[in-house]
Design a protein around this ligand. Structure first.
Ligand SMILES: C[S@@+](CC[C@H](N)C(=O)[O-])C[C@H]1O[C@@H](n2cnc3c(N)ncnc32)[C@H](O)[C@@H]1O
Length: 245
């Protein structure tokens, strides 16, 4: 029996349809497998880093994270960044803050929403500083430097946003706190968790600390003038200190 185009077409398109479904299924299987492999690699890395001798240290961790194309994290984008910017920008405007210094400026994601008259940002990661210089290169009110290049600059307000619970080494924490307070002429704003509880299964690059105890003990001339709850369900909140005159 002779085949007409009409009798061929349904089988042909059926075959094409089946092939497309088959290809799509293979693609999805491959993608699922790739997703599972990258999840597994991430979990292995986390477990590996839980063993103290394998965690590369906070500085190397952050630099590598940016070199690998990572960001400052979800706290520096979207609703978290908007919330943080509202609090800090509001404070800067109300208290007539003329200059801001920040330790741990990150990749500049958060800073895109900032409204400061003058700003100096420091970070331990060379890659983060390069990203900020690229983003804000034409903005003469801002400058960025490596943390190790800090030589005693001060500003009306010093910021530590989403940093303290990432300072896993005790000496690094001590150093950050000391420099944060000595670089501030009038105010310090900290956005962080403030507790000593650290679950054993937590991320290797996180260590919560009750930093308010450090301030009370070592910076008695600073007064907590404001506290502001963070985003519900997350452990970071705002703590604002003023220097006693
Ligand atoms: C979670 S990100 C927060 C970035 C920014 N402050 C924000 O709120 O979006 C933490 C940043 O702190 C930096 N960092 C880690 N240890 C630091 C230290 N000892 N001194 C300065 N920056 C540090 C990391 O490189 C990273 O860029």
């Amino acid at each position: 029996m002779a085949t007409t185009p009409h009798s061929v077409l349904p089988n042909f398109s059926k075959a094409i349809g089946l092939n497309a479904i088959k290809n799509w299924k293979t693609k999805m299987k491959r993608k699922n497998l790739q997703d599972r492999i990258s999840l597994l690699r991430m979990n292995i890395a986390r477990l590996y880093w839980r063993i103290p001798k394998f965690f590369p240290g906070s500085e190397t961790y952050w630099n590598q994270r940016y070199v690998d194309g990572g960001t400052s994290g979800k706290g520096s984008y979207d609703r978290f960044a908007v919330f943080k910017a509202e609090v800090v920008n509001g404070f800067v405007a109300i208290h007539d803050v003329k200059s801001v210094i920040e330790f741990g400026c990150g990749d500049g994601g958060q800073l895109m929403l900032a409204n400061y008259p003058k700003y100096i940002g420091f970070d331990v990661s060379e890659a983060a500083i390069a990203l900020c210089q690229e983003k804000f290169g034409s903005d003469i009110t801002k400058s960025f430097h490596l943390r190790k290049e800090y030589r005693g600059a001060t500003a009306d307000l010093a910021l530590s946003l989403d940093i303290i619970y990432h300072l896993v080494e005790d000496d690094v924490f001590e150093n950050h706190m000391a420099i944060l307070f000595s670089s501030a002429d009038r105010y310090v704003i900290v956005y962080s968790s403030n507790m000593d509880k650290n679950p054993w299964f937590g991320s290797a690059h996180v260590k919560h600390r009750k930093f308010t105890d450090w301030v009370a003990e070592k910076r008695a001339n600073w007064k907590l003038i404001e506290y502001c709850d963070g985003i519900p369900g997350f452990s970071a909140n705002f703590y604002i200190y003023e220097k006693n005159s």
